[in-house]
Design a protein around this ligand. Structure first.
Ligand code: F0G
Length: 410
């Protein structure tokens, strides 16, 4: 077993060699997590981090890669953390920040996971990679597979993937397969293929991918001058990202780099909210949503594979889960674009819709430091904008026409 890290089951605690190609525990079938040996978890690592560029690989000591010469990178991570005064005013809150993950190479946080996951595919000697996706995972995997020279297959729900994301997967040369069903059904098929064929699965059930995504937590801590926020608000779909970010904060805590942990808040769309329903209604058993529906197609997911990790993250952190309507999502998208100059796709806006709702419910104190994770770029889904806004006016190419138009529309 590697000395630096290993795989462990979150259910029965079984440990596995990190070079196993394994996505679930052989013994109990539960999810796996990457853990590091105690030696690594020392505060001195922070001084090494300070010397490196602000990218995912700044945090190499807590990333599960053995051979650094094989890293497949597009410069992912290092996204900006913007303080949003005008958005804060809207919600009567003083310390609101947004982490703009749309700045990543393919326009979403998935790139953080793919740089690690695709590097791992190379380390494990795999020649083919695959995923099911609501769009961003496929765009990201297609790009990183291209850079690594790997064959890539992506399964997407037919007609339910935003146009920009589809284009990305196509241009990067992935084999794009539309499934007549939803994301959950596509994931089931691709999981089966990867269990029986030499194809490496890069959905968030793959614990290595989540390791890359946990760097969102490290970066927030770095950007807040080695402080941790009071609350972190994350849109939840397949539930990998909120779990990964929580793991990142816990690792900072274990390394003695912070004495505080944030509350994790998961936001789901009303029509695709099995985790929020489970937590809010204190159900004994999770009820998956058979026909999930939301304008935020990225999180149109009814059976999130990482639900157990996400519920744990929310409960351990004393956080909460909330739902937002499609109207609230689209209004938050407009607000961010028009008051803060930040254009996000609807799923990303769900975090801000959640912020506004929770502020209205008085569940956030005025002085608390809150970070919303804006998960994807707005250009990914142009159709949703065209549906909401009227087309710009058209005039003849002369000054008179312009003056006339301006007097009609001052
Ligand atoms: N926001 C965006 C923009 C996403 O693309 C996703 C997930 C999420 C939030 C939710 O993250 O699944 O970790 O809870 N998109 C996946 C995909 C499912 O296939 O691109 P999660």
């Amino acid at each position: 077993m590697s000395e630096r890290y290993y795989l462990t089951c979150i259910g029965c605690g079984s440990k596995y060699d990190p070079n196993n190609i394994i996505y679930k525990c052989y013994r109990c079938g539960d999810l796996l997590s990457v853990e590091y040996s105690g030696e690594v978890m020392k505060a001195e690592i922070a001084s090494k981090w300070n010397l490196r560029d602000f990218t995912v690989w700044r945090y190499a000591e807590l990333l599960p890669v053995s051979d650094k010469s094989k890293i497949v990178s597009l410069g992912e991570g290092g996204t900006s953390l913007n303080k949003c005064v005008r958005l804060g005013c809207e919600a009567s809150l003083k310390n609101i920040y947004v982490k703009n993950e749309g700045e990543n190479p393919t326009g979403s946080f998935k790139d953080r996971g793919m740089t690690v996951g695709v590097t791992k595919a190379l380390e494990l000697g795999m020649k083919r990679v695959a995923c099911a996706s609501t769009g961003n995972t496929s765009a990201s995997l297609a790009a990183y597979a291209a850079r690594a020279g790997l064959e890539c297959m992506v399964l997407i729900p037919s007609g339910k993937v935003a146009f920009g994301k589809l284009i990305q997967a196509i241009v990067h040369g992935a084999k794009v397969i539309q499934v007549k069903g939803n994301f959950d059904e596509a994931l089931k098929i691709v999981e089966e293929i990867c269990a029986t064929q030499p194809v490496y699965l890069l959905n968030s059930i793959n614990p290595y991918r989540l390791e890359g995504q946990k760097t969102i937590a490290f970066e927030i801590w770095d950007q807040l001058h080695h402080n941790v926020p009071d609350k972190v608000i994350v849109p939840v779909g397949n539930a990998g990202n909120i779990s990964a970010i929580w793991k990142g904060f816990k690792e900072l805590y274990a390394a003695g780099l912070t004495e505080k942990l944030p509350e994790m808040i998961g936001i789901q769309a009303e029509g695709a909210a099995p985790i929020a329903t489970f937590i809010r209604e204190r159900l004994e058993k999770i009820r998956f949503v058979e026909k999930p529906e939301t304008v935020a197609t990225a999180i149109r997911i009814g059976s999130p594979v990482n639900w157990k990790k996400a519920v744990r993250a929310i409960e351990e952190s004393n956080g909460l889960a909330e739902t937002v309507s499609d109207e609230e999502i689209l209004s938050a998208q407009r607000l961010l674009a028009q008051r803060e100059g930040i254009f996000v796709e609807p799923a990303g806006a769900a975090a801000v819709a959640g912020l506004i709702k929770l502020a209205d419910m008085k569940l956030i104190d005025r002085d608390e430091v809150v970070v919303c994770i804006l998960t994807g770029h707005g250009l990914k889904d142009p159709d949703i904008i065209l549906k909401q806004f009227s087309k710009p006016v058209e005039i003849e190419a002369d000054i008179g026409a312009l003056i006339k138009m301006l007097s009609l529309n001052p």
